[in-house]
Design a protein around this ligand. Sequence first.
Ligand SMILES: Cc1cc2nc3c(=O)[nH]c(=O)nc-3n(C[C@H](O)[C@H](O)[C@H](O)COP(=O)(O)OP(=O)(O)OC[C@H]3O[C@@H](n4cnc5c(N)ncnc54)[C@H](O)[C@@H]3O)c2cc1C
Length: 387
Amino acid sequence: MNHVAVGGGTGTREVEAVVVGAGQAGLSSAYHLRRAGYVPGRDFVVLDHSPRPGGAWQFRWPTLTYGRVHAMNALPGMELTGADPDRPSSEVIGEYFTAYERAFDLRVRRPVHVRAVREAGDGRLRVETDAGVWIARALINATGTWDRPFVPRVKGQETFAGRQVHTSRYPGPDAFAGERVVVVGGGTSAVQHLLEISRVASATTWVTRREPAFVEGPFDEERGRAAVALVEERVRDGLPPRSVVSVTGLPMTEEMRRARESGVLRRLPMFDRITPEGVAWDDGRSVAADAIVWATGFRAAIGHLAPLRLREPGGGIRMEGTRTARDPRIHLVGYGPSASTIGANRAGRAAVRDVRALLSRAREGGRDGRGAGPARGSAAGPRPVAR
Ligand SMILES: Cc1cc2nc3c(=O)[nH]c(=O)nc-3n(C[C@H](O)[C@H](O)[C@H](O)COP(=O)(O)OP(=O)(O)OC[C@H]3O[C@@H](n4cnc5c(N)ncnc54)[C@H](O)[C@@H]3O)c2cc1C
């Protein structure tokens, strides 16, 4: 992605908090900050490197219609009603986020790419971007995963003569008309790609590392809670999170049942090699392919936090709620257990509750766990904003 600095100069600005990312998690955080009395643009700033409102939804493929997303929760304070289920979710959610940012006057600055967050030297944080520097006492990181697609390494990958596409660049099924397509991955995206590509391709092959777990019955709250608890446990232990979706299994739909009967959802284990002509297994099997679609997931896009050394030896970031255990100034929302629209909403609220406490401790001249610098703003704290 090309990040262009626009507007507002490139000087150093001071705020109480910076929110990085204006997807569901970032907007929920901004909403709660504003509700707590922090003024957008003055007390906190939301930075996002994408060109338009919508978070990662703006990049999702056109055939992912609003009716096909499984459990989209509205942002706090504004319902999303009456959307046409046949319209692309990128459009529906893009418009909804646009209206939301406007209604709550959140003043998201875009496109602004956050390159690095490091110590400012006075107990505050230095947020370095392609549009200048912000100094802040707290940072709510809401950068999602879309910008860090994950493709496993496979022997011979670079020799493949056909096309390789990750979900993040999936162009929709028509691009694969008449082709032999291998879809890799055991999640919802893989299944959705397969169902639609199989209608136009000459052949499809589904490959997954583990046996896919199809789940019958509705995906109710109890199941959601159990899945979130599993991911929560990992991040509490400082392990890299697995996606919530990876622990929920694949909720069976009528369309999937039909595809299973027709053989589209017959799965092969992960191949051992990629050849110029396709994919191959060490037992002698091979499948010829014109394209490989990698629906192999994403990782947290948090490279800009590297200077803060938040990682544990296990490779993950140990979390206490939304706060990182190593640095109480940093919150990760939409991360690990809160990487769903409902989780992102709740994480935004929880992070703001904690940031408020941290900022008021700093105002009272206390230390914020890393040593707070001189408090900025009036002793009375942030002014309330009319909703
Ligand atoms: C294909 C797909 C379908 C999904 N469907 C559902 C669903 O139906 N229901 C559900 O609950 N969840 C779904 N999810 C999960 C979904 O991603 C989350 O629920 C939620 O939308 C993520 O919100 P977010 O705010 O964490 O991240 P995002 O929406 O990814 O927003 C992150 C924002 O941060 C910005 N950003 C990233 N890095 C930087 C940087 N360095 N500097 C500045 N800005 C930056 C990006 O531009 C982006 O706008 C789906 C995920 C995928 C991949």
